[in-house]
Design a protein. Sequence first.
Length: 88
Amino acid sequence: MRINRTFSIDIELARELRKKVNQSETVNRAVRKYLDDSDRPEVTEESLTNTLMWICSQLYTKDQPVTEVAQIINARDVLMAFIQELTS
């Protein structure tokens, strides 16, 4: 069974949605995905620490080009900021 509902969305999103063949089905799938938390991995201090350790280990690999090292350093900085936000 389906019902009609009216919601406000950003104009850019409405323009992109207008390009879809079945807009209602697209919205249904998106809302279901948003409401379903089972697909989201659980973020724990241990998983963040392991990820950070892996990123730091990649910093000292001599075979990587400079751009990859810069991306890894940026990822490390972003992860560190995220960890600080979680723990504060």
